[in-house]
Design a protein around this ligand. Structure first.
Ligand code: 1GP
Length: 242
């Protein structure tokens, strides 16, 4: 068996988050999606994701060369399949409900003792859009200054050993001062940014500060061509970042 790379996300610039509970726009196919230039596909959504919906997409991914990761949103939709290159499991640092910080994780250890833990990593989420479903779901305290977010980022990296810190503005474009504070605070951890990326320019802008930009809604609302423009923007932003 070929060894899987360690920390592959350190080489990513753009991730496409596919919500198994949502459809592609008409005319788009999964083959279009796999050819859009993204570095990885992340299967995840906050609500309505079931095992069978994830499996349907994994079947479509069978021949795709792009890496496919699952980001399970609850205990009921973890799919253990060889096609899944890895599992990125959110832990929400600013969750009001500790279930989303550690409780769900403990239950997953109880329920899935034989899960492929060797290809499973946590992502330290900081949820920052109070109007997002994920904020309601986790009862997140989104009232965070740039200094707070920097402190969370350092906590994640230095105390909790997190390899990925994820600023989550799902549904809206985030505050670049907050993103910059997180970027400055981190040493080796990879900074993911997600939320409201809808154009070449917004992807470029966020990729000048984040290591990886995550695009979600755009795929389901405007389609693969629009996502391709964000891949170009992210690559250009990353070059400015280097
Ligand atoms: C959502 O961070 C991702 O979890 C991407 O956000 O859907 O707003 O692009 P959008």
């Amino acid at each position: 068996m070929t060894a899987r790379p360690t920390r592959p996300w350190a080489d990513w610039t753009h991730v496409l988050k596919v919500d198994p509970d949502r459809e592609l726009v008409s005319d788009d196919t999964f083959d279009d999606l796999f050819g859009c230039g993204t570095d990885a596909i992340l299967l995840g959504g906050t609500t309505g994701v079931t095992e069978s919906k994830v499996e349907r997409i994994l079947e479509a991914c069978a021949a795709a060369e792009v890496p496919v990761y699952q980001e399970p949103s609850n205990l009921d939709n973890v799919v253990d399949a060889p096609r899944v290159d890895g599992y990125l499991v959110p832990t929400v640092l600013n969750a009001g409900d500790p279930f989303w910080l550690v409780g769900a994780h403990k239950e997953s250890m109880r329920r899935y003792p034989d899960h492929p833990w060797e290809r499973t990593t946590t992502e330290a989420y900081i949820v920052l859009n109070p109007d997002a479903t994920v904020a309601t779901y986790t009862d997140a305290d989104c009232d965070q200054t740039p200094a707070d977010v920097a402190a969370y980022a350092r906590t994640a990296e230095h105390l909790f050993g997190q390899e990925i810190v994820y600023l989550e503005y799902s549904g809206t474009l985030g505050d670049s001062a907050v993103l910059e504070a997180a970027s400055d605070a981190l040493e080796d951890a990879t900074l993911f940014y997600g939320g409201g990326i809808g154009s070449y320019e917004s992807a470029r802008q966020m990729a000048t500060l984040a290591d990886v930009v995550v695009v979600g809604d755009l795929l389901h609302e405007e389609g693969v061509d629009a996502v391709e423009r964000t891949v170009e923007g992210a690559r250009d932003g990353q070059r400015e970042n280097d």
